[in-house]
Design a protein around this ligand. Structure first.
Ligand code: AMP
Length: 213
């Protein structure tokens, strides 16, 4: 199974990608996760990306496309993949198409999770992540047992820099101006499945599975 998940930030693509990965025994490829790793390791890419990410701006297409090219060449993608957070621009989508044609690995579908701005602001503002194991919490929907501590490993919970109020609105604007164009792009390619992303996680997941068969 080879899928792209499209949604605004906080639209649930990461959550659904993790479930789809297990369901289809494929890998999840999140360009956001890869970039955060590069930032943490202080690599050249990480240094270039950090200030853009903090402001909620997109990292340049050429950097992102190179990251994906290298990632798709790895052996573990042979069984399929879920692209989470890529592509985000028409240029990225065009490069992906070319790459996959060359590799003879066409996409099976593109899931667009549709979520209102109001929901996004609530979801992202309350999101907390464990610094040690990466597990996600939400102050309202999935609070930790003890405030500020991970239930699983006791690690510190933090708010992502780009989940702060001013940055969320910038990320949303970037999504609506750039990434939302991909909905029409993939509609024209005949690959698009539009889904209501407002519902419960389990329900959204079931609907995706039903559509994909
Ligand atoms: P995410 O974890 O998917 O919300 O991504 C976090 C941040 O990483 C974004 O706000 C961008 O700054 C950057 N980023 C991730 N994926 C891409 C992409 N495909 N194109 C450009 N920037 C990206």
């Amino acid at each position: 199974m080879r899928l792209v998940l499209l949604s605004p930030p906080g639209g649930g693509k990461g959550t659904q990608a993790k479930r789809l990965m297990k369901r289809y025994s494929v890998v999840q490829i999140s360009t956001g996760d890869i970039l955060r790793q590069e930032v943490q390791e202080g690599t050249e890419i990480g240094r270039q990306a950090a200030s853009l990410m903090e402001k909620g701006e997109l990292v340049g297409d050429s950097v992102i496309i190179e990251i994906i090219r290298r990632r798709l060449e790895k052996e573990d993608t042979k069984n399929g993949f879920i692209l989470d957070g890529f592509p985000r621009t028409i240029a990225q989508a065009g490069s992906l198409k070319k790459m996959l044609e060359e590799m003879n690995l066409p996409l099976n579908g593109v899931i667009s999770l549709e979520v209102s701005d109001e929901t996004i602001i609530r979801r992202l503002g309350g999101r907390r992540i464990c610094r040690d194991c990466g597990l996600e919490y939400h102050l309202e929907f999935k609070p930790p047992k003890s405030s500020g501590r991970c239930d699983k490993c006791g690690g510190d919970l933090y708010l992502r820099d780009d989940d702060r109020e001013g940055v969320i609105s910038r990320r949303l604007k970037v999504y609506r101006e750039e990434t939302a164009l991909l909905v029409d792009y993939y509609q024209r390619e005949g690959l698009l499945y539009r889904m209501d992303g407002e519902g419960e996680i389990d329900k959204v997941f079931e609907e995706i599975i039903n559509k994909l068969g």
